[in-house]
Design a protein around this ligand. Structure first.
Ligand SMILES: [Cu+2]
Length: 411
């Protein structure tokens, strides 16, 4: 994992010229078509259902002074603001704008769901906080703030966040973010800013990081009548585990447990009980205690009826108290999943949800899931046509070149 800060001033001269160049020329042929944008692309898209109360919270304050830009008082060119995060966790980020102009906040790698926007245009705030879209650019109103739910799903390593007005990024309003692999344990890397005050990662516990229970994939989109798999996964990092129990609650009208395949890491099954709307599974090990990421059990569900996304939740209250133990409880977080059951459609998509479900026990660890063909990370992108994404990418490129803000809404 190694910390260190590669690639310091790489963004240096970017965007400093104002000469006009032709990037490409589009030539169209044939009859003009008068088409309208669809109201909805993926009706199954849903907002993430995550309990944010126990998540790591971070605060970033954007400010400008004397021709420089800052994040938490740090000028990227002097000393970038940095922090460490764990892949396969969720975090809540608050971005505050202490300046007199708005800044489009942009974080690389992992898109976020907008929980809240204070200040600025009410319609924008309403749209961004209600659609199921995942965003990687959100305007932080002048003097206002935004709050993001950030599922850290993909890729370890160093990445960036910055104001998306490139001039502001160039004068220092950019920071770095080290995404670490939870299973690698400790890593007291010096990249953890020296006691940066507010917002910095709520003191990780000494013993090797968080211990979570989660579902893989976090979101499933099976077709009605199909069987699909959801793995109950334990992410224990460097902790050893002697037992785990998962109690799941779901809508009995939409899902039914067909069978449960116990995992191998905790070989002694103590409980395996499915009832309408619930499943209880518990297992332990007598020796050879596992650590890292492993599957407690894989649940084969039947999708009974079409539905927008509904949660599959870990029960956390006695007597059905989900837990991971080593001696006593070591669970720090249980991450609920969701299922949107798609109506059976004629044509290509038919049968896609059949059988193997998607992802299975992906190598991505706790909540990444794996991507099947033609799927994009994050629930809202699932099933989105690739053309739509290419279209969006071209528009983004054009907006970058023209320095115009082109807003593409994919809903
Ligand atoms: Cu800015």
């Amino acid at each position: 994992m190694g910390g260190g800060m590669g690639g310091g001033g790489g963004m240096g001269g970017m965007g400093m010229t104002s000469a006009q160049i032709t990037l490409l020329t589009l030539v169209s042929q044939g009859e003009a078509v008068n088409d309208t944008m669809p109201d909805t692309i993926n009706p199954a898209a849903a907002r993430l259902a995550v309990d944010t109360s126990m998540l790591t919270k971070r605060t970033f304050t954007l400010s400008m002074m004397m021709g420089r830009g800052y994040i938490n008082g740090h000028d990227f060119d002097e000393e970038p603001f940095m922090f460490d995060a764990m892949v396969n966790t969720n975090e809540v980020w608050t971005i505050e704008n202490d300046s007199m102009m708005e800044h489009p906040w942009h974080q690389h790698v992992n898109a976020a769901q907008v929980l809240r926007i204070d200040g600025g245009d009410a319609d924008y705030a309403n749209l961004y906080t209600t659609t199921p879209a995942m965003k990687d650019v959100v305007i932080v109103p002048a003097g206002g703030s935004i709050k993001l739910l950030v599922p850290i799903k993909d890729f370890t390593g160093m990445t960036m966040y910055h104001c998306h007005i490139l001039e502001h990024e160039d004068i220092g309003m950019m920071g770095m973010w080290n995404i670490m692999d939870g299973s690698a344990g400790e890593g007291e890397g010096e990249s953890m800013g020296e006691g940066e005050g507010e917002g910095m990662g709520e003191g990780e516990d000494e013993g090797g990081g968080e211990v979570t229970l989660t579902l893989v994939p976090l979101t499933s989109v099976p077709v009605v009548g199909s069987t699909f798999d959801v793995a109950i996964q334990v992410c224990a990092g460097a902790h050893e585990v002697d037992g785990a129990e998962a109690h799941l609650d779901f809508d009995p009208g939409l899902l039914r447990v067909a069978t449960v395949t116990p995992g191998t890491a905790l070989p002694t099954v103590l409980q395996n009980l499915a009832a309408p709307g619930r499943l209880s599974f518990a297992a332990k090990a007598e020796s050879g205690f596992p650590s890292g990421t492993f599957t407690l059990a894989t649940v084969h569900f039947n999708a009974l009826a079409a539905s927008p996304a509904i949660p599959i939740q870990f029960s956390l209250s006695a007597p059905r108290e989900s837990d991971v133990t080593f001696g006593g409880s070591i669970l720090t977080q249980a991450i609920d999943g969701s299922v949107a059951v798609a109506a059976a459609v004629e044509g290509e998509r038919e049968g896609e949800g059949e059988g193997e479900g998607e992802g299975g026990t992906g190598h991505r660890g706790c909540m990444g899931g794996t991507l099947g063909d033609g799927q994009f990370p994050g629930p809202p992108y699932r099933g989105l046509g690739e053309e739509a994404v290419v279209f969006a990418a071209v528009l983004c490129l054009l907006s970058l070149c023209s320095r115009q803000h082109v807003r593409v809404e994919i809903r």
